[in-house]
Each structure stands twice: as C-alpha cells, then as structure tokens.
Write a new protein. Structure first.
Length: 242
C-alpha cells in the first residue's frame, strides 16, 4: 500500500504566499457554514495550517499530518490512509489538498468517512483537471488531479452524501492555464521525484495584488453560487445520521 508523500507542504516555508491566503478566504466562504457549532474537528494535512486558521471547533480541534514539521503542540503525526482514531469521533473532518497525495484513493476516503460521526461533515479541496498535470504535481507527490464529477464519485463511493461541490480560483484560471502550458513547453526532461519542500513560483508585489483581487471576485461569487470551472475543486459532504 502506498502512503502520502512525506515531503513537507510548501506552506511550511512560505505561509504568507498569495495562493494560501486566497485559498483561506475561498474555503471559509464556500465551506465555513458546514463547521458551525462543530464540537470535534479533525484537520487532516494540517501542514497547510496557515490556510485554515478559520477552521475551529467549539470543543476540540485535532491536527494531523504525516510531516511533524507541519504540526503544533498537541498535533498527531499520522497518515490519512490509517487514521489513528476510533470510528465516529469527529463532527467535521477537513482534508484540504490532501486526497491527491493518497494512494489508494478509496482507502483514504473510507478512512475520512470512518472517523466521521453520524450526521458529521467531510470538507475537501483538491487540484483540478488532469490535463493540467505538470512537474509541479510530481514534485508535490501528487497521484492525480480531479474534476468535480470525479471527486463526487469518490466521496459517494464511501457512502457519503454530497451537499456542495464547486470549482474555485475561477478568476485567475486563465493565468493558471497559461502557466501550466508554459511548463510543458519548457520541460525537456523526465519526471521529477517528490521534493522535500516544494518551491513556489515567485510573483512580484504588483502581480500578487492583482491575483488576490481576482480571487476576491471568486469569494464574492462563492457566497451565492457554485463556480463552473477553476484550478481547485471544493466539496462538502455529510454522513447519514443513525
């Protein structure tokens, strides 16, 4: 059985990078309502903690990551493929940009569903579109990218009911697509091995300001509707009550 990539999230070295800041706002807007009044929250892949500071519990929040560098005091080092918790012990389980690192995928989704309490919510984000695969995915230790339909199928296969699914980073999508195409043109070597901590593309302060403003348009739209395309897929699903 494969495990999640042991390399650290890029957020460890660059927690203030524009993408993490924008993702925090998009996740909160699209999925934050599913966390209201949750007493027990599990944050799987919490090395991306700078992006999910809004994810709080009224009782206890537990952070888990395969890389101890992404954990604060009280965090749990472990794999999404074998969560070290009893079944049904969390009201909300969040795994933001985690599932693409996991192989086999059905084992990871089943584990996330297993530790959910009846009536609990699963919150996910994943990178979008297999055609956008690049050396950046390989360095990150990804196994796949997703469409909305593929993510829904994976979650429903674990017996959960999808409540919301949407793309995100729609407004910056033309820049994302152009960057991925440029990577393909420039690439003339074989696949890259997973990196320990992946470096992020540098952007100027002006470009960063522009990208954050465009992501802000997504945030305003996500407050009212789902988005039809983008470089990420977001999902909320629930476990049937007993």
């Amino acid at each position: 059985m494969s495990t999640t990539n042991i390399g650290g999230s890029a957020s460890i070295a660059a927690p203030e990078y524009w993408w993490y800041r924008a993702r925090a706002d998009l996740l909160r807007t699209a999925l934050g309502s599913y966390v209201v009044d949750a007493e027990r929250v599990l944050d799987v892949g919490s090395a991306d903690g700078p992006s999910v500071g809004w994810l709080q519990a009224s009782g206890r929040k537990t952070a888990l990551d395969i890389d101890p560098r992404g954990l604060g005091p009280g965090g749990v080092c472990g794999s999404a493929l074998q969560l070290p918790f009893r079944s049904g012990c969390f009201d909300v389980v969040a795994a933001f940009d985690v599932l693409e690192h996991c192989e086999p995928e059905p084992v990871a989704v089943a584990e996330l569903a297993r530790v959910l309490a009846p009536g609990g919510r699963l919150l996910l984000s994943v990178p979008a579109y297999q055609w956008a695969w690049s050396d950046f995915d390989e360095e990150n230790g990804h196994h796949r990218r997703y469409t909305r339909r593929r993510l829904v199928r994976a979650v429903e296969g674990a017996g959960l009911e999808v409540e919301r699914t949407t793309y995100a980073f729609t407004s910056v999508f033309p820049f994302f697509a152009a960057e991925r195409l440029l990577r393909r043109v420039r690439r003339r070597r074989g696949p890259d091995a997973p990196a320990d901590i992946v470096s992020l593309p540098e952007v100027s302060p002006l470009v960063e300001w522009m990208l954050l403003r465009l992501a802000g348009l997504d945030q305003a739209l996500l407050d009212r509707r789902d988005l039809p395309f983008g470089s990420s897929v977001l999902l909320a699903a629930s476990k049937a009550p007993t």
